[in-house]
Design a protein around this ligand. Sequence first.
Ligand SMILES: *Cc1c(COP(=O)(O)O)cnc(C)c1O
Length: 223
Amino acid sequence: MEDMEKRVRAVRETLERESAPWGRAPTLIAVTKYVSAEAVLPLAGLGVTQIGENRVQSIREKLPVLGEKFSIHLIGRLQSNKVKYIIKDVCLIHSLDRLSLAQEIDRQARKAGRVMPVLVQVNIAREPQKGGIPEEEVFPFLRACACLPGIEVRGLMAIMPLTEDRPFLLEKFTRMRQLFDRCREENINGVRMEELSMGMSRDYDLAARAGATMVRVGSALFR
Ligand SMILES: *Cc1c(COP(=O)(O)O)cnc(C)c1O
C-alpha cells in the first residue's frame, strides 16, 4: 500500500511537471491487467478511479469487485463478437480501429439504450502489425462514425512502437497532438474531440509533454 502510494505520487508528479505548459495534467488511467481485482482496490483510496483493461474476459471477471468504485476503460483490441459483453460496463472504448467495429458498437449500444463513448485509434507510426486508422483516413473515418447514433467519438488514441528512441517517440506523440488539434479545428458535427489517449509506463512523460489528455500506465504502478 505504501509502495503503491509512492508510485502513484511519482507518476502524478511527472505528469504535472511535464504537462505544465498545457495547463492541465493528463488523466491517469491505471492499467490493471497485470493484477487481481483485489490488488486494484487500494487505488481508490489514492484517488485513482479510472482503470484500463485490454481484455473483455478480464473486465467480466473483475467487474463484481471493481464495478462500484472504478470507471473501466477498454484499451485493447476488441473483437466485434465480444462487444455485447462489455457494452453496459465500460465508460470509454479506446481502441476503435475499423468501421465494422464501429457499426457493431453502435448496434449493441442502441440495444442497451446508451450512447457509447469511443476513441479512434490511429496507427501513427504506420506499423503493419498494429491496429488503427492511418493518419490520412482519420477525417473520413470520423465522418462515418458521426452518422452512427449509438456511438460518440470523444477523441483519439495511439499505441507507440516499442522502442527506446525517445526523440522518435516525442516526435510521434507531437504528431498525434497535431492531428488531434486539426480534428478539433475541423469541428465535425457529432464528434467531440476532447481526449487524446497516449503514453504508457516507459513514455508517459513524453506523452504528457506533447499534450496527451489521458495516459495509460500499468507496469510503473504494479511491477
Ligand atoms: C498494457 C497496456 C498499457 C499499459 O502498459 P504499461 O507499459 O504496463 O504501462 C497501455 N495501453 C495498452 C493498450 C495496453 O495494452
